[in-house]
Design a protein. Structure first.
Length: 320
């Protein structure tokens, strides 16, 4: 009988390898960074660590019943074949929470780049232009609407309170969340969005959130709103975002994610002074390996004990 294996796609430290050997002595460990993924024998792979969709078709084929659990490395899972994973009853956990600190810090980096004139100063530096503007914006006292109040949203709220901002959280249930002065449900956003000076999108991409930010929502914002998107690209309809910038509903958009990635050279977003683009980098975490392994280790202990996975288990009905 072939020995079961754990395919380690995410590179792990020697110390982490030893931890896995102690926790799961009955499993072979396939070090993905030392093995060509095409050479990995899938017949024995029961657990995958750090999956981003490698060899999906083969792994989810009807004659491959071995795979039982996948620990993804990303927070988003919309790029995976969730229907097939559910059909095959494969457990899926994600990297939610790992990215909360770097993404929240990036949100304020994007905001400050505009509000304090840093974006313009960087451009002026290229031409040695000394241009002292006479009007800049302070975050202090502003109202920030945080759409998506998971771990990232909570961290954005925590930092916002340090800037003495009013925080409005938006989630599906309207449940209370730390660092939010007010909570509203997603259907109420279109009526309440005019209260915000700044809107931060941190939504996952699901059937329900596709093009969540569209003309109907943008048109209800107050003139001069700042908009940040660090959620998923397809939750924002790009054409409607551009129209909102043209009309003045949005004074600025800080964008890290896009409908199509990489952003094409033909996109007009590149040439706009009222847009700041980062190439889907806000989630890059200095301590990524340590944080992801902490999630995997906790879940692995439960998996081996036959218990429900305690951290970041995906609900296929909700798609996150």
């Amino acid at each position: 009988m072939t020995k079961k294996s754990i395919w380690l796609i995410q590179k792990t430290t020697n110390e982490q390898i030893e931890t896995l050997k102690d926790l799961a002595p009955d499993y072979d460990l396939i070090k993905g960074w030392e093995t060509d993924e095409k050479e990995v024998s899938l017949e024995s792979v029961e657990i995958i660590y750090g999956w981003t969709g490698q060899r999906t078709e083969e792994l989810l084929a009807d004659d491959k019943p071995v795979l039982r659990w996948v620990q993804g490395k990303a927070a988003g899972v919309d790029f995976l074949d969730l229907k097939k994973l559910e059909e095959k009853q494969i457990l899926l956990t994600n990297g939610s929470g790992i990215h909360s600190i770097p993404i929240a810090e990036s949100v304020f980096g994007l905001l400050l780049a505009y509000a304090r004139g840093i974006q313009k100063a960087v451009k002026d530096q290229q031409t040695k232009k000394w241009d002292q503007v006479d009007k800049l914006m302070e975050l202090n006292g502003k109202t920030i609407m945080i759409v998506g109040t998971g771990k990232i949203g909570i961290e954005v709220g925590r930092l916002a309170k340090a800037f003495n901002m009013k925080t409005i959280g938006v989630n599906r249930s309207g449940r209370d969340v730390n660092y939010m002065d007010q909570l509203i449900r997603q259907p109420e956003l279109i009526e309440q969005v005019k209260l915000a000076d700044i809107v931060v999108n941190i939504l996952p991409h699901t059937d329900q959130t596709h093009y969540f930010f569209n003309q109907a929502v943008f048109s209800q914002m107050k003139d001069g709103t700042l908009f940040i998107n660090v959620g998923r690209g397809p939750t924002v309809k790009t054409d409607d975002l551009v129209n909102a910038l043209d009309s003045g509903k949005l004074a600025f958009a800080g964008l890290d994610v896009f409908e199509t990635e990489p952003l094409t050279e033909e996109s007009e977003l590149w040439n706009r002074d009222d847009v700041l683009i980062t190439p889907h980098i806000t989630g890059i975490a200095e301590h990524f390996k340590k944080r992801l392994f902490t999630i995997f280790e906790e879940n692995l202990k439960a998996y081996l004990a036959g218990e429900k996975l305690p951290t970041n288990l995906i609900d296929y009905d909700q798609q996150y």
